[in-house]
Structure formats: C-alpha cells, structure tokens
Design a protein around this ligand. Structure first.
Ligand code: GLC
Length: 552
C-alpha cells in the first residue's frame, strides 16, 4: 500500500468542505477520443488548486456501456479503458493529494450494468440458482409467464421489469430494474452482494480515496418478503411513505448496510467519509447522515427553491437546525449532472415546471439569461457563506448556462429517449467544458466532443475569464479564497430587516456577513467592510439579485 498517498488531517475535514463535482467524460480529454479522461483531470489539477476547492467528487469512471452515463457499472474495481487505467487513477490521487485536494468517488450500489460478470452469469444460470439470487429475478404471471411480475414502473420508461431469454432459447424469467433495463437491481438480501461492496470500499480506500458519494442510497432494500413485489406507478416523494416501511425506498433496514460500511470507513485514518444521494423526506435524512451511517446526506431543498428570500431562509434554517440535531453538517448544492444548470433555472420565472418548459418548442425565449446568471452568482455566494459543505458542479464557476440545442439524435440520456415527449434530457449539463475560446472543442480535447458544444462557449471559456475582474471564474476564485480565511464555527445569526421578504442577511460568529437582495429595490449596505460583491454596488447600495460579503 505504500505506493499510494494518503492525506492526513482532522477527521472532520469534510464538515465545511467545498467539493467540486467532475463528470469525467466531459471534463478534459487528453487522448483526443472525444471523451474526457483521467489524464485530462490530472492536467487540470493546477486549475482546481487555483479555484480553491477542498475536494473533488468524480462521477463514475468505471467500465460501462454508458447506458446511463456510467451509472451502469460493469466492474466496480477498475477504470473504463476509454477514461484511463488504475495506474493513472493512482497518479491522479497522488497529484490531487500533493495539492491538498481530497477525492470522493461515486459508488453505485443499487444496480450494476447488465454487462457485469455477475449478471452475465445469472443469464446463463438456471432460475433459482446462486447466480440469479444476486439480482431480483421472478417468474412472470399468466399461463406462460408472459405478464410482468408486478406493475412496477422504472425511472426511465414504462416498466421496471424485463424478460430474459433462458439459455435454452425460450422466453424466461423477468428481472427488476428501477432505472434502465441495462441497470439490473441487486438483491441486497444476499450476503454475497453485501460482502462484495465492502470489498469495493476497501479497494478504493486502500488506494487513498477519501470519500464516497453513494448513488440512490435509499433504494437498496426493497420489500420482497414472502413473495411480495412492489407495484409502483410513480416515484414522487408524495407517494413515498416516511416511516421506513415504504415498499421501495428509504426502508429502515437499509441502515444496517451503512452501519457495516461505517465499520470499514472507520478502519482508516482519517475515517473515510460518505454522502448519501437519498431523495427522501427531509425528516428522514438523519439516519443516512448519522455517524453510525454514511455521515452526511445531500439536501436538495435549495436546488428546487424559487428565487424568494423567505423560502431560502426557511430552507436554510431548517437544514442547519436538523443537521445539528443529528450531529452532521448540512450540504448546499444548486447544480449537478442530473439537473438543468442553475444559471438557466434562475433565468426562468419562479414556479416554472421544468419538464414542461424543456419540452416546449420555444424554451429559449422564456429564459432571461442575464437575470439567471446574476441570481446564480448571488445564490452561490450566499451558500458559500453558510455553515456546512458546498457541492459545486463543473462549469458553474464559468457561469455556464444550459446548452439547449443538442439535436435529439445526439442525446445520450436514457431519461430522454426512453420517455419520448415526457421527460427532459440531462445531456445539456453534461456537455464538455470550454477551456479556450478557440480550437477544437473549445480546448476540451484535440479530438472533438462527445456531445455538441454551442458556439457561445467561445464567450465563456476559461481563457476568456481567467484574470478578468468581474468574470464568474474570478468571482468563484475570490469567494473560495475568502471562505477559506473566513470559515468559522458552524453557527450563524439572522439579521432582521424591514424588507425581510426581500433580503437574506446573516452574520457568522467572527463577524463575516452575507446579505442578498432578492427584490427589485436597492438595499442599504450594513455597517462593515465590503470584501466581495456578486455584482457591482449601485450608488453605494445593493442592487437586485446581488449578494455582498462584509467583515468587521
Ligand atoms: C442517480 C444519478 C443519476 C443516475 C441514477 C441511476 O440519481 O445521479 O445520474 O441516472 O442515479 O444510477
């Protein structure tokens, strides 16, 4: 193990960390095959260092047929040859650590790829065999088993069951998949599955990985007792029970799994950390974030919030109080690889139904691009001043809007082409980054880009913003550098205003203040030294859609 590097330091380094999400296929491409790679990431470590992040989180880079952008994993303990090698992975971790940047990898435990050797073995084995028991195979209903075992739908299309052809060539059993049919769900009641994931966690932790983002962490255990099968037609939170007994999600038993994971994490120094992607009722996050479990859970509350001061304040207050009550720190996030970039979201009228908007033919005309970017900058400064950790998504530091003109035939997202005319595509936020205003694929790589980039990328490329006062890139750099100096104990005090429904204003115990103007009228500056503004002041006052930081 000595060839790997480990970052030591306090066990609670993650509590107020800034974590930058890299979507490896779309970050930087060194070998020119149009797909980002580990060497590309290594070459941009100086950029990440200058940006000032504490850690990076890599979305899946494992071997995969890319049926769901890599969230269909064919081998949990290797690197996709198009993205790199394990040796390059080690080199990347060493280089990140040398620069004092930690690394999270994405663990996808609910399902594998149908190309995973276990699933391939299951297809070749008989019903009831050990091989089939690692997944959820059931006989169909009807005289010849031709009717699917239950009414379960999938996230990506009509049904959560797919029928296989048995080795003798006859139509056979069905397997369950909450996502694409290329993503069969594991059977977590099987101890072999549990063991194998512990092995995976040790594998990466031994190589110096500092933390894990756990994909759909709330879905692993299903109610399959006594032949029961979930019949679900929708996955919305409104239909999910919040008492731990739901058929599919957030069942109490899932925490037995994370308690086992925690034991592995705690064998390392500092203990490995984890954050749950669990779309559960807010009151149910505690168990995922417990120190006996994963330790932290994403809060997506602000991600869906309208541009309203009262709503922001209410969400912030709730999340700070609840995280404190269970001993964790909260997370703040506006963008990731699954949602429309927040500069674009904030350019739409409050309350816009994003799917309807995306599917409308004139979607671009509904966006106020300038306002969206101003609000995104203000919102990001606001969350960066809060106690807790912040997750940033690659490209938001450039103020990128969502590329919206990807031709349908170039789209890769199964959510889009498996639900024709019903769902939005997540490809826009996955378009490769613009590093330079000119050159092939705007500096992403020498061989083009796997998703088409819009021509306006030339105006927002890294080299266009680097060193330019007022650019979004420089704003992020300044904000992160100030945050590093000003970050303090996890407390804040709200400051009341007569315009309380237009202003969010708070002070940290060391006197660091953040004030955001959500309204149209100018707001008076509070007393203190202005250290950063998301937009220039207007006549010495805070203009609309602006955040200002002050110190004593
Ligand atoms: C998570 C990922 C998403 C993926 C899904 C299935 O929600 O963030 O990208 O499609 O899980 O793995």
């Amino acid at each position: 193990m000595s060839e790997y590097t480990f970052l030591t330091g306090p066990a609670d380094w993650w509590r107020q960390a800034v974590v930058y999400q890299i979507y490896p296929r779309s970050f930087a491409d060194e070998n020119g095959d149009g797909i980002g790679d580990l060497k590309g990431i290594i070459s941009r470590i100086p950029y990440l260092k200058k940006l000032g992040v504490d850690a990076v989180w890599l979305s899946p880079f494992y071997p995969s047929a890319l049926a769901d952008g890599g969230y269909d994993v064919a081998d949990y303990r290797d690197v996709d040859p198009r993205i790199g090698t394990l040796t390059e992975f080690d080199e990347m971790v060493n280089e990140l650590h040398r620069n004092e940047i930690r690394i999270f990898v994405d663990i996808v435990p609910n399902h594998s790829s149908d190309l995973h050797p276990w699933f391939q073995a299951a297809l070749k084995a008989a019903p009831g065999s050990t091989e089939r028991e690692r997944y959820i195979f059931r006989d169909g209903k009807g005289e010849h088993g031709e009717i699917r075992p239950s009414e379960l739908v999938s996230h990506f299309g009509p049904t959560g069951w797919t029928r296989i052809t048995e080795p003798d060539g006859k139509p056979g059993q069905w397997y369950m998949h909450l996502f694409a049919k290329e993503q069969p769900d594991f059977n977590w009641d099987n101890p072999e599955v549990r063991e194998d994931f512990l092995k995976t966690l040790r594998f990466w932790s031994d190589r110096g990985v500092d933390g894990y983002r756990v994909d759909v962490a709330h879905a692993l255990v299903k109610n399959l007792k006594g032949g029961h099968l979930p019949n679900r037609l929708a996955f919305d939170l409104e239909v999910m029970k919040n008492d731990g007994t739901d058929d599919l999600f957030d069942r109490d038993e899932v925490h037995e799994i994370y308690a086992e994971w925690r034991k592995v994490f705690n064998q390392y120094d500092p203990p490995r950390v984890a954050v749950a992607e669990a779309w559960v009722h807010a009151n149910r996050r505690a168990a995922y974030a417990s120190e006996k479990g994963l330790g932290q859970a994403f809060s997506f509350d602000l991600l869906g919030a309208p541009w309203r001061a009262k709503k922001f304040k209410e969400i912030i207050d709730y999340n700070l109080k609840s995280a404190k009550s269970y001993g964790s720190s909260t997370t703040w996030v506006f963008s990731n690889h699954d949602v429309i970039r927040h500069a674009t979201r904030f350019g739409l009228p409050n309350g816009t139904n994003l799917t309807e908007w995306f599917l409308s033919p004139d979607r671009e005309s509904k966006i106020n691009f300038k306002q969206g970017l101003e609000r995104a900058r203000a919102a990001t400064m606001l969350i960066l001043a809060l106690p807790g950790s912040t997750y940033l998504y690659q490209g938001e530091e450039l103020g990128l809007h969502e590329p919206l003109n990807i031709p349908s035939e170039r789209m890769q997202d199964p959510q889009w082409f498996r639900n024709p005319g019903k769902a939005l595509s997540r490809d826009g936020c996955r378009v490769p980054l613009p590093w330079s205003a000119s050159g092939t694929s705007f500096g992403f790589g020498p061989g083009g880009s796997h998703l088409p980039q819009p021509s306006w990328f030339a105006d927002v490329a890294v080299d266009k913003q680097d060193g330019v006062e007022g650019s979004t890139l420089e704003l992020y750099r300044q904000a992160l550098s100030l945050r590093r100096k000003l970050q303090t104990v996890e407390e804040l005090r709200w400051v009341n205003h007569i315009f309380n429904n237009k202003v969010v204003h708070f002070v940290r115990p060391n006197g660091w203040q953040s004030i955001t103007n959500f309204g149209e009228k100018l707001v008076k500056l509070p007393a203190g030294n202005v250290v950063l503004t998301s937009q220039p002041l207007v006549d010495g006052k805070i203009g609309p859609n602006t955040t200002v930081w002050l110190t004593k």
